[in-house]
Design a protein around this ligand. Sequence first.
Ligand SMILES: Cc1cc2nc3c(=O)[nH]c(=O)nc-3n(C[C@H](O)[C@H](O)[C@H](O)COP(=O)(O)OP(=O)(O)OC[C@H]3O[C@@H](n4cnc5c(N)ncnc54)[C@H](O)[C@@H]3O)c2cc1C
Length: 411
Amino acid sequence: MDFAYDARTEELRERLLAFMDEHVLPAEQLAGEQRAALESPWQTPPVVEDLKEAARGLGLWNLFFVDEHGRPGEKYGAGLTNLQYAPLAEITGRSPQLAPTALNCAAPDTGNMELLAQFGSAEQRERWLEPLLAGEIRSAFAMTEPEVASSDATNIATRIRRDGEGGYVVTGRKWYISGAMNPDCKVFIVMGKTDPDGEDVRRQQSMVLVPRDAPGVEVRRAMSVYGYEDHYHGGHAEVLFHDVRVPADHLIGEEGGGFAIAQARLGPGRIHHCMRLIGMAERAIELMCRRAVERSAFGKPLARQGVVHEWIADARVQVEQLRLLVLKTAWLMDTVGNRGAHTEIQAIKIATPRAVVRIIDDAVQLHGAGGVSQDFPLAELWAAARTLRLADGPDEVHQRSLARRELKRHL
Ligand SMILES: Cc1cc2nc3c(=O)[nH]c(=O)nc-3n(C[C@H](O)[C@H](O)[C@H](O)COP(=O)(O)OP(=O)(O)OC[C@H]3O[C@@H](n4cnc5c(N)ncnc54)[C@H](O)[C@@H]3O)c2cc1C
């Protein structure tokens, strides 16, 4: 067993670390100032476009991309395996607002690009995948609905009906649709039911592409996340589809294939979140250590208080454990495929957000009032990490499925 990163990964890590130090971290403040001066807070600040251009020039572009055969996507991306991409995604997690977008590796576009590569027709790939890979447009994935428990995809109530002219009519209400507030988000991948009374509850759903400018699409409002609006992610919108008509060729794959496509889409997305979460934890540890040596209370630096040692040591132990599990999962995805890595993908999706929320919370505590303020990134990092116990499947849903698979062996 070799725990070292290979030469290609090491070289890209070095390049990316330099890019983060020289370009991304210094741009964090500027991006905020530029956003405040924009006509709408949902627009992309110009510095983000500069970062994208610089990243592209350095070959730090579409690093995540695995093509339609599940192989490194050399045509568009850097041609990396999941195992090679994992430590790079981790680095981008240090600046989750800017870095993933700068590298064209941000959710939900990454999952949508992989979905289109795997299940899209040639025309769909040309119209939507190409501009997404070029970073010219953004996209959203619309599954969750306020009216039903959406962690169970069989509950989805949005209707996709065939109309008389061979197209489809989409009717429904979605919320927490990430990215949809950004005007650059030009297309929605919408999950709905084409056959709500079908016998097989996993064949009732289909997915269609709905252009943002189709008549009847209403991006109603931005949902907040612990009070944050997540401008950098293009917000999380409530979106209504009022009898929106799309041509038949906007269906992705086949009628009844929506459930299976959703399952396929979420595997890589989950590991990407976990990789970035580890980077977020690393940033919290760094901030915690810096603050602990700089500030004193009751006659000695915080770094010499026992409880602070516990926080720092526990954080380090947990990050090392999580990183190993994420790397093993990435390796399994590369070698036996996403299905073969099912248990490990669920394990990291359960373990990582929980542990990272705790680590960031300790860092907040060490910063006192500063920890919950806007002057440090910790409060926002905490909120982002906490949402990942819900997004892409709540902990309990993964626990249910993992435990059932484990129990099956004994039945
Ligand atoms: C910041 C953010 C971004 C998001 N982005 C998107 C997006 O881009 N697109 C999209 O479609 N959705 C998105 N979501 C929605 C997210 O995927 C859903 O919130 C999630 O799937 C849960 O669905 P729900 O909110 O309807 O919760 P419900 O299904 O109502 O579940 C509520 C709770 O019930 C419990 N529960 C559910 N099932 C079980 C079980 N089997 N056993 C035990 N307990 C259970 C869990 O604790 C769960 O948290 C986002 C959410 C957030 C917070």
